[in-house]
Design a protein around this ligand. Sequence first.
Ligand SMILES: [Zn+2]
Length: 138
Amino acid sequence: MSIPMRSPVMDDLGHEWFAAAAQGRLLIQRCASCGHAQFYPRGHCTKCFSFDMEWHTATGTGRLHTWSEVMWTGEAEFASDCPYVLAIVELDEGVLVTSRIVDSDPASLQCDEPVCVTFRDIGGQLVLPVFTVQGVRT
Ligand SMILES: [Zn+2]
């Protein structure tokens, strides 16, 4: 998988998140005030609005919440990847992550089936978490 894409905006949160991904860790945030877990990284808690957010390394396991096989896109950055599976995964921590399902037959995917994270170097010194059912399918 190569995702020739525009470089993401690298603010402080992005730097830390992408650095962890490059080390094979999927970071989510937890609120130190109320315990709420969230993804994607933001400067405040979306539940209590506290700015006291902490990084937490996710287990990387979860369930396939929903997905769609993208057969065509008007976005030039993703056109060469078609077809691919765009998915929303619910991590065991309870947060939803938009990502891709890789190394899997899209026709065999099932809602709520277990998935686990893996990481893909997409070039440009960027590594992204993606998910697979391989190794976790029972
Ligand atoms: Zn909170």
